[in-house]
Design a protein around this ligand. Structure first.
Ligand code: 8DG
Length: 147
């Protein structure tokens, strides 16, 4: 069968958590070994399961990946990104409170960041969020290191 054109592929919905601490720092985590883009930095989250809402998926993923239970989820922006491996619809949500101790359950790394972020490489689908932060915060200049 012929592969559908990229733009015609049905997007996979992904719930993404933008955790922001009281100092305005935001949490990035590295993608675990064995996944596409392993080692790239992103906001934690994952794909929705059948019948799941964005909020439910985000709560589940952050327990599974980080061992934390999140408080209120504030939908922020939605972005479609076309990768070789998939077309994804990213539902970015802000989260300002959580409970529990962070545990890297997938042996990933975590880092609290301000602009400009210091970690690299940053996942392509994560870069727009840094630009939104820059806009919100009146930050000028590169938001992340060149890869
Ligand atoms: N979590 C997250 N995923 C992102 C971001 N930006 C971005 O393009 N993505 C993409 C990468 C992946 O193609 C997809 C997330 O899927 P995933 O494979 O990490 O999800 P998952 O944890 O459910 O994985 P799995 O169970 O299928 O292994 O979204 C981001 O900031 N955070």
């Amino acid at each position: 069968m012929t592969e559908p054109l990229r733009a015609e592929r049905t997007p996979v919905d992904v719930a993404v958590g933008v955790l922001i601490d009281p100092d305005g720092r935001f949490l990035l985590t590295s993608r675990p070994e064995g996944k596409v883009y392993a080692g790239y930095w992103e906001f934690p989250g994952g794909k929705l399961e059948a019948g799941e809402t964005v909020e439910a998926a985000l709560r589940r993923e952050l327990i599974e990946e980080l061992g934390i239970t999140i408080g209120p989820v504030q939908p922020w922006r939605v972005e479609i990104v076309d990768y070789e491996h998939a077309r994804v619809r990213l539902h970015f949500c802000k989260v300002f409170s959580w409970s529990g101790e962070f545990e890297m359950r997938e042996h990933q790394q975590m880092a609290w960041n301000q602009l400009p972020v210091q970690v690299r490489p940053v996942l392509p689908g994560t870069v727009p969020v840094l630009a939104w932060f820059a806009e919100e915060r009146g930050f000028a200049g590169p938001t992340h290191p060149e890869t």
